[in-house]
Design a protein around this ligand. Sequence first.
Ligand SMILES: Cc1ncc(COP(=O)(O)OP(=O)(O)O)c(N)n1
Ligand SMILES: Cc1nc(C(=O)O)sc1CCOP(=O)(O)O
Ligand SMILES: [Mg+2]
Length: 468
Amino acid sequence: MTTMRPVTLCFSGLDPSGGAGLQADIEAIASLGGHATVVCTALTVQDSQQVYDFALVDTALLLAQAKAVLADFQVASVKIGMLGSRAVVDAIFALLAEHPHIPVVLDPVLSANAGGNLAHDDLRDALLAVLPQTAVITPNSLELRRLAACDNDAAAIAKLSASGAQAIWVTGGHEPGDQIMNRLYVHGDLALTTQQARLHGEFHGSGCTLAATLAAAMARGMTLTDAVPWTERYVRQALEHADRPRSTGQFIPNRLAHLHTAAACIQGLYAITNANLGDTLLTQVRQALIGGARIVQYRDKSNDAAKRWREASALRLLCSEFSATFLINDDAALAHAVAADGVHLGQQDGAVAHARALLGRHAVIGVTCHNDLALARSAVAAGANYLAFGAMFASRTKPHASLCSMETLQAARAEFSLPIVAIGGISHDTIAPVRAAGANAIALISELWRGDDTLAHAQRLTQEIYRP
Ligand SMILES: Cc1ncc(COP(=O)(O)OP(=O)(O)O)c(N)n1
Ligand SMILES: Cc1nc(C(=O)O)sc1CCOP(=O)(O)O
Ligand SMILES: [Mg+2]
């Protein structure tokens, strides 16, 4: 039996800054559930500031790369980025002519966003000649006019459509104004217009990310009108979470941002440490992680700052080993000191805004809401990333905790899109109703650490959490 994610064959240049080119393709396609096979068309010299130089890969070598992939994989879409010269265009499109059923997304890369040429002079005419072989091209408005050698968009669309372009998705980020308009033309006619607020700054590799995402969507068999908004949502998120390596120059899109959102992190078995684990803390937490815990909260109410720092630092490393989310209870300063992923705050543990200022925009901040939707609304307004409700049942760890009803949990699920954590007195047998009421993650203390085989126990609890 063979299994394979939808495969996209990418022809792009290598950008050592990691913002654009092949890395953009791989990150975007992989994070959307596809598999990127990559043919390197050029080695470029660039950073987040500008392009300095490039060297095209030998055409025969490039074709050999592509043939190896095409012979071995069922390629479901092709994404074409930097080609650089007529010789490369001609070679690649001659090969693609042997695979006419594979949709081709062409990003007509002529120059870089930050300035700097990425093509020989003969590229423009060569691209015009192969337009009939493309399913869609994705120029920004500057590339559109340059490719068509027209000074207005309408004339450029008409010319490229007459040259055989079936669909043209023009992005408007280079036009003035605080709103960006993107337009999809099919056979020369306007088929879809979308609008979004402009993000501040310049983004390195935004066009590559967009074209690769669109190709990933087409590899899944999506229609263009479905694929365009899907692509825009993903690209927008990558740009909203972009980082800037220096105070000048461009932002580098964060195409993996969604993997680190609270929605992705706050799911499954949420292990909270117990002070009575003593010297076995690390070994027991390791067992819980092997058994499937996805979140670990360090909860230690002692005043021993040195011990708290030592244990939290060790747990930080341990959780990284398992790509698990590591949070600190109560103490944003300790979370900062040990580079935890975030903090859990009770109603007496300080403001979300204070923790956010200290830990940054990517930190996961959870807030205790007891049995009270009004507390949850305040937490959402303050910028919390998840909401914790409890105690769901009488808790051995916190016998005096007030109870939260299943109705509150259900109402919270209906009202809030943030992940919901249920806590307090939950056992193996009560996981199912709590999950059914809408909890994304199940936080446990006594039930998790009560036996002498934490690994097996965590496995059973994890299985119960994910039981369909
Ligand atoms: C996931 C989770 N939910 C709730 C709590 C309780 O926080 P808080 O009300 O601040 O009580 P303490 O845990 O600090 O005693 C939690 N820790 N984790
Ligand atoms: C730490 C905590 N907070 C609660 C709340 O209701 O906010 S209940 C609780 C204790 C959870 O431990 P156990 O799984 O042993 O009941
Ligand atoms: Mg607290």
